[in-house]
Design a protein around this ligand. Structure first.
Ligand code: PMP
Length: 282
């Protein structure tokens, strides 16, 4: 693969980042993942806007303007002949002598790489995934998309060791979100429930699009927290993320959700999301 490091395009084996990089030493970095379908970027403006916000919240100077960011995303797709998959972008505060205090004049490190992946023809979208619930032991600023991903990584690993696909995280008795996705249920009355935005969850770009589409389709939406018990009793459940799109969740803690098959509203939203976002891909 050809990767991007601070203005240079290099074969991945030649790309280098300092051992003093604060992304490496302190997880002092933010990231974005943008899906690519047919060589085009899905929901790019949303990802660019969230990146700017994450950088602002952590006072990492924005090293690229919006036009350069788009140009680099387009170039990495072309240079790697990427048809379907994702672009990973990371911006760290850069290298500095190891000190907890932020450096006075940081020089951010920007890296991008691509990963080919079947997004539309994902077999999990046909069967649905199983999740287990686990305590949410992350920090309190989950609205910032930082690379502090050790706990989500532990949670996902534990889920797979227990034979599930992923973990839904629980705090004070309520589901926050998935290890790398937002979480939703559909009640037996056909109401779509997902946690409202706060510092407890990441404001998913897919979430924003899916809620717009649901409201547009006349599906009643309630932004509020739900318990694992309410989720187990729900008619349907699903998660959303940039690369999973709308992913049916068919088992929670071993028990089937509804019929145990992807639900009708879930499938409708997945189809609507694909149609709408492909039409708006850039
Ligand atoms: N929550 C968390 C914790 C995530 O890591 C992600 C994906 N990175 C999401 C939600 C979904 O966000 P998006 O739809 O922007 O990919």
């Amino acid at each position: 693969r050809i990767v991007y490091v601070n203005g240079e395009w290099l074969p991945e084996s030649e790309a280098k980042v300092s051992v003093f990089d604060r992304g490496f030493l302190f997880a002092d970095a933010v990231y974005e993942v943008t899906a690519v379908i047919g060589g085009k970027l899905i929901d790019f403006p949303g990802h660019a806007a969230r990146l700017k916000r994450s950088l602002g919240e952590l006072k990492i100077p924005a090293p690229l303007d919006a036009d350069s960011l788009l140009d680099i995303h387009r170039q990495i797709v072309m240079r790697n002949k990427l048809d379907e998959g994702l672009i990973y972008l990371q911006i760290s505060r850069g290298p500095a002598d190891r000190d907890f205090e932020f450096p006075k004049n940081p020089v951010p490190t920007i890296t991008l790489f691509t990963q080919a992946k079947a997004i539309l023809a994902n077999p999990k979208a046909e069967t649905g995934i199983s999740v287990i619930t686990m305590p949410d032991l992350r920090w309190d600023r989950r609205d910032i998309k930082t690379v502090q991903l050790l706990y989500p990584s532990i949670a996902k690993t534990e889920a797979t060791h227990k034979g599930a696909d992923d973990a839904w995280l629980v705090e004070d008795g309520y589901v926050t979100e998935g290890s790398s996705s937002n979480a939703y249920i559909v009640t037996n009355e056909g109401r779509l429930i997902t946690r409202s935005l706060s510092t407890a969850i990441l404001p998913g770009i897919t979430r924003a699009s899916v809620l717009d589409l649901a409201r547009g389709a006349g599906i009643p939406v309630e932004e509020r927290a739900f318990t694992p018990e309410e989720a187990r009793q729900a008619a349907e459940a699903f998660s959303t993320s940039a690369t999973g799109f709308v992913m049916p969740v068919t088992r929670i803690d071993g028990a089937p959700v509804g019929t145990g098959k992807p639900g009708a509203i879930t499938e409708r939203l997945r189809a609507a999301y694909i149609e709408d976002r492909l039409a708006n891909a850039i």
